[in-house]
Design a protein around this ligand. Structure first.
Ligand SMILES: *[C@@H]1O[C@H](CO)[C@@H](O)[C@H](O)[C@H]1NC(C)=O
Ligand SMILES: *[C@@H]1O[C@H](CO)[C@@H](O)[C@H](O)[C@H]1NC(C)=O
Ligand SMILES: [Zn+2]
Length: 982
């Protein structure tokens, strides 16, 4: 997104240049001139997959009040203009739109478009379903959305539909993980529009706008990526926006008419190219000719660019203008064989567009949408795995679900920077996707257990506020639990019930399961919009779930007088309140109700946690100083946030499986601190029942965990759920940071984790959704939970981020898991937990008419798709149906090099010995997005100073592959089905 351009006017004159006429994609680049500066004019349109309008409103061009554009007309207009002149080129990025448009074309038009693509006149760039955000998507969702787009392009257009260049020209900062994924998808280069203003300035001055980025040097060449930062975001040079919606003057070249402006125009263009040229090493400059939703009337661009090329080339001694594409530009630059500097072990976060505009608010904006996207992704990963059991029968449902997740990854989707009605539309798509996925769950369970298996199954999506009619209102119901992790796991299951009933829980093998019945906190009971008769939550531990496996439980209301009925609050007269499960002990100070220490393995560490408020800057954004905090920007008016309260009221419950302290900080803020039997995780389940607004001041709410870790200004945040990125307070690796926003400029995105380390231990916080976080003081971790803002930050969305529901500010509930791990032990816990955030076991609930005995007789079975669990460092990242009798498999090493003594080492896996239900007769390795055989991939080579030249390759031998730390490998499996019911 960018704001509408306000631009100026100028002029021109004539001759024709011969062009090499492209006939085949890949050979369609126009010739460059080695004696001149080659100006690669790249006609493009930036089509947000939802922002001010929903994706479909943008596609059709409806809801004109919010924006007049319609992508269908843009594509119609572009292909018709491309037909008129073979020298013209156009690039297209977002497959979500191209797919919509393709669906509606007739056969003749499809043929015509295929020809344009085969001749290289229309070229796909990037090719993902959308141009994803980079701070907030989980890597699984990012890989999926690229795979979805590239699969459509490959299956529709074949090799000429395969983009060779990636294009992330609008996202608000750039992550290491995304770059590595692009490298492993086989892209030759990545283009960026937005990097920090100080970084941009320094790179411009040093001719360093293009570098080889090595986010993880341990991966060797496979993870290297040539990166080009665009000069002018992604817009046309000043005065050369030829769109009908731009105010710049066209080129007026007929001397018989008034307004002749060739001389002026060319001079203005040459002047700007001189500035552009000074920033780049190669005598080639990429000039983006387009912007947001441009080319509604493509003729207005192409006619003027035709003339600009004609007149400039005939007059200029230094410039050679050509229609080009980013891939042609990259080939031209690569052929010069220059030597490039590198950017290693670093990313492009955070993004400050000026000294008071740090785009670090969106890391947290719209926390409930973010959570829904993550929940839905979790269910999608499970759905794809389950769908492998039932053939391609529910392909359409699977595709629908994938599309819903894919559009939500857009850089104005999960990022939280869209208008409210657009956020609502993503949520509706996600809900439809989840419902489509549910059909696959049901069909799979019927296939495995038999046709009488209950088909009225429900996920219970409101269980996080203890509301669910299936468990509240039925005497007999069953829970079918699917574990999408490739290892055995035990997990707590929680659901709401009415206290007047007594329950018994049975595993399907007939054994009873112990549970706790805990009163629902008053803070939950009073949530607005909650409709429920539940008074208590049941919590039990589902033990030893098989890998990629299914288990079920039967729950029955009983007339027995149960001794373990509802827990009551423990009363305590000591000055310290102790919560312990034997492995870990938490102490709360009774005077203030706050956590004060944690004991584990016989050692006690001070540990404090509380909630704080930053007051948001207000303003009308006339200049940098009057910038308001908004959907994108975080701009607090103070350095030290104020505690919401210095004390909390507390109640404690001690159960069989679970131990809880309920804290109430204020009328609107409460928390449950929880530990489970046999676990070392500390859960902080916070509940914000509407941020109150007084005095027209926006509020940004954070939680702080204060420890004695001697962190020396350093903390770590994960990159899209994978690698740790080292962050140093008030510092950047590649330039001298000027501190103008002392808090906001120290905020970084975290997708699942943030941690602190010293020589003896690591404290990690694992989240259930992406959040912004920092460490403003040594030993302290700060995470932003929610934002309620009353001013817009003038970055285009034109809406203050003031989410409301049921007549007040939006309520949010979420969980942090905190782990304290001593470095002397080989602790694997936090990695395993982080993977769980996308692969958490998924229960479905259904009422049943079967009696317990019938149930056990019929359904006493558990299933696993695997022959045995995989080692803890290896994870099945993807298992899904591909074409008929083909499966897509991605295996992933979840540890980072050197992070763990016992697990961060190469692992051999025999793919033929993983699956139970499929015989594999052929295995083919693919690139990461599964659109090319790995052995056919040829990436361009770049010269740069190599500090560490590990070149790693491991080949498949007899079905066995070696996975190195953090490596992902993608395979196509050719299968024969075995009997699924064995
Ligand atoms: C490219 O440059 C490198 C290093 O300067 C040199 O070793 C190599 O021979 C050159 N390759 C070509 C094709 O010119
Ligand atoms: C790409 O599409 C072609 C044509 O449909 C197909 O034969 C090929 O297998 C696809 N490639 C991959 C890697 O799926
Ligand atoms: Zn955009």
């Amino acid at each position: 997104m960018i704001n509408v351009l306000k631009l100026f006017v100028y002029f021109l004159s004539c001759t024709f240049l011969p062009y090499s006429k492209g006939t085949k994609c890949g050979e369609a680049c126009h010739r460059t001139d080695p004696d001149k500066i080659n100006i690669h004019l790249v006609p493009h349109t930036h089509d947000d997959v939802g922002w001010l309008k929903t994706v479909d409103q943008y596609y059709y061009g409806s809801n004109k009040g919010h924006a007049p554009f319609g992508v269908q007309y843009i594509l119609d207009s572009v292909v018709s203009e491309l037909q008129k002149n073979t020298i013209r080129r156009f690039v297209y990025v977002e497959s979500a739109y191209f797919w919509r448009w393709w669906e509606e074309l007739d056969e003749n038009d499809k043929e015509m478009v295929k020809n344009l693509i085969n001749e290289g006149r229309l070229e796909f760039l990037h090719g993902g379903w959308c141009m994803s955000d980079e701070a907030t998507p989980h890597y699984t969702a990012m890989i999926d959305q690229m795979t979805l787009g590239l699969k459509f392009l490959n299956s529709t257009f074949g090799e000429c539909g395969r983009p060779s260049v990636s294009w992330q020209i609008d996202p608000f900062g750039h992550s290491s993980e995304v770059a590595i994924e692009f490298a492993e998808m086989g892209f030759d280069a990545l283009f960026l529009g937005r990097i920090d203003h100080e970084d941009h300035k320094a790179r411009k001055n040093d001719k360093n706008m293009e570098v080889v980025w090595r986010p993880d040097p341990t991966l060797g060449e496979a993870g290297d990526l040539f990166v080009s930062v665009l000069y002018n975001l992604y817009t046309a040079p000043a005065g050369f926006c030829f769109d009908t919606y731009c105010s710049d003057e066209p080129i007026m070249d007929n001397k018989k008419f008034h307004g002749y402006n060739i001389d002026e125009k060319i001079k203005k263009f040459e002047d700007q190219m001189e500035q552009y040229g000074a920033a780049y090493k190669a005598k080639n400059i990429l000039v983006t000719m387009g912007s947001d939703f441009t080319y509604s009337v493509a003729a207005s661009w192409f006619k003027n660019i035709d003339k600009l090329i004609k007149y400039t080339n005939s007059r200029s001694k230094t410039l050679n203008l050509l229609y080009s594409t980013p891939s042609c530009y990259v080939k031209a630059v690569n052929s010069l064989n220059l030597t490039w500097s590198t950017k290693e072990d670093d990313d492009f976060f955070p993004y400050g567009s000026d000294e008071h505009s740090y785009w670090t608010g969106y890391f947290t904006s719209r926390p409930t949408l973010k959570y829904m996207v993550y929940k839905a992704n979790n269910i999608l990963q499970a759905t794809k795995q389950l769908a492998t059991v039932i053939g391609n029968k529910f392909e359409d449902e699977e595709f629908e679900f994938k599309r819903a997740l894919a559009i939500a990854q857009h850089h104005d989707g999960v990022s939280g920077t869209e208008k409210q009605h657009v956020a609502d539309d993503y949520a509706v798509y996600l809900e439809e996707g989840i419902n489509a996925g549910k059909k696959i769950f049901i069909e799979t369970y019927k296939t495995l257990y038999g046709v009488d298996y209950p088909d009225d199954q429900h996920f219970g999506n409101l269980r996080n506020i203890s509301q669910f009619n299936i468990t509240e209102d039925n005497q007999n119901f069953v829970i079918t639990l699917y574990n999408p992790l490739s290892r055995i796991i035990s997990t707590p299951i929680k659901f709401p019930v009415q206290q007047s009933f007594h329950y018994k829980i049975y595993h399907c093998n007939g054994t009873t399961v112990e549970y706790d019945l805990i009163p629902i906190s008053a803070n939950v009971l009073k949530l607005p919009g909650r409709h429920s008769n539940a008074t208590h939550d049941i919590i039990f531990i589902a033990k030893d779930l098989p890998p990629l496996g299914i288990t079920n439980y039967y729950i029955q209301v009983t007339t027995e007088n149960l001794s373990n009925a509802a827990l009551t609050a423990v009363s305590n007269n000591n000055s310290i309140i102790t919560l312990s499960n034997g492995n870990i002990t938490l102490e709360f100070n009774k005077t203030d109700g706050l956590l004060q220490s944690v004991t584990k393995n016989g050692k006690t560490w001070p540990f404090y946690q509380n909630f704080y408020i930053y007051n948001a800057a207000k303003g009308y954004n006339y200049n940098a100083d009057t910038r308001a905090s908004g959907a994108y920007i975080f701009r607090p008016i103070e350095i030290d946030p104020k505690p919401v309260s210095l004390t909390a009221n507390i109640t404690q419950y001690h159960g069989i499986n679970v131990f809880e302290v309920h804290q109430t900080f204020s009328e609107w803020l409460s928390q449950i601190v929880r530990i489970y039997k046999d676990s070392v995780d500390i859960e902080f389940e916070w509940l914000i029942d509407s941020i109150p607004i007084t005095d027209w001041t926006g509020i940004e709410l954070v939680t702080r965990y204060t420890t004695d870790v001697n962190s020396n200004s350093t903390f770590y945040t994960d990159s899209n759920g994978r690698r740790w990125m080292k962050r140093i307070r008030n510092k950047r690796k590649y330039w001298n940071l000027t501190i103008t926003e002392p808090v906001a400029s120290n905020y970084y995105p975290l997708t699942t984790s943030i941690c602190l380390r010293d020589n003896t231990k690591q404290v990690t916080v694992i989240t259930d959704r992406p959040e912004g976080g920092t460490s403003m003081h040594d030993g302290e971790l700060e995470l932003m939970l929610h934002r309620r803002l009353l001013y817009d930050d003038d970055k285009g969305v034109v809406e203050p981020l003031d989410e409301t529901a049921f007549g007040k500010g939006l309520s949010v509930r979420g969980t942090h898991i905190v782990q304290i791990n001593e470095l002397t032990t080989s602790d694997v816990e936090h990695r395993l937990k982080a993977v769980e955030s996308a692969y958490h076991p998924v229960p479905v609930f259904a009422k049943t008419l079967f009696h317990l005995n019938e149930w056990i007789t019929n359904y006493n079975r558990t299933f696993s798709l695997l022959l045995k669990e995989l080692p803890p460092n290896i994870h099945i990242l993807t298992l899904e149906r591909w074409q008929k009798n083909q499966l897509l498999l991605r295996l992933e090493h979840i540890f980072q090099a050197n992070e763990n003594r016992d697990y961060a080492h190469p692992v051999d896996i025999n793919i033929k010995e993983i699956f139970k239900f499929f015989g594999i007769y052929k295995i083919q390795e693919l690139t990461l997005a599964a659109n090319l055989e790995k052995e056919k991939l040829k990436r361009l080579k770049w010269n740069f100073e190599r500090q560490n030249n590990t070149s790693i390759s491991s080949k498949l031998i007899n079905g066995t592959i070696t996975l190195l730390p953090m490596q992902i490998k993608t395979f196509l499996l050719f299968i024969e089905e075995k009997d699924a019911q064995n």
